[in-house]
Design a protein around this ligand. Sequence first.
Ligand code: GDP
Ligand code: FE
Ligand code: FE
Length: 199
Amino acid sequence: MTELVFKKTYSPLSSSEIIAKEKSNMDEQRFAHCVRVSSTAQKLAELNGYDQDKAALAGFVHDYAKQVPVSEYREVIKTQGFDPDLLNWNRAIWHGIVGTYFIKRDLQITDPEILTAVDRHTTGDVQMTTLDKIVFMADFIEPGRDFPGVEEARKITFANLDQGVAFQLAHSLEFLVEKRSKIYPRTFAAYNVWSVEEN
Ligand code: GDP
Ligand code: FE
Ligand code: FE
């Protein structure tokens, strides 16, 4: 495996400090997922003319707060100015939107593009930057993902990033509806912008 190094960390912390903090904040499987999302994001950046090192870092930190205890999330939502409606959701939704708070606090990453990409990585959004799309798609198609349709998702995404976003939003919505899960409004809004084919 090539050694994991971030040339620029967008933080006073060094690359190895960021990596050590991330490792201590999650189990090994989640860490391995973050490393795979990082390299997939780097590949998508190369294909789409985006800063590869920045994409690799954003991909790496995207799930930094995935395993933060629920009680800690609830406290942060109540005290750090987050929309109180978030209290009606769960970690699946929190770890992106509220995860940015922990990334700022612990990893001291302040770059708004990276933080927005983390914020949007679970639900997508009506507006998405190139980095938002790269992290959103890298998370979905990283080599450890195995679900019906993942090969098609990879093919589409490597050919056209926007079409990948359209595919993922439709696919995820179908999956959530199938399970009768509550849909976060931003997921719906994103689907309406990216996935609808007017006919
Ligand atoms: P992961 O963190 O690498 O596991 O991937 P994601 O951050 O993309 O997704 C986390 C979870 O959130 C997945 O189980 C998704 O199905 C779920 N999820 C995404 N959008 C929604 C939504 O609108 N509502 C609900 N209830 N869950 C969602
Ligand atoms: Fe996630
Ligand atoms: Fe992830």
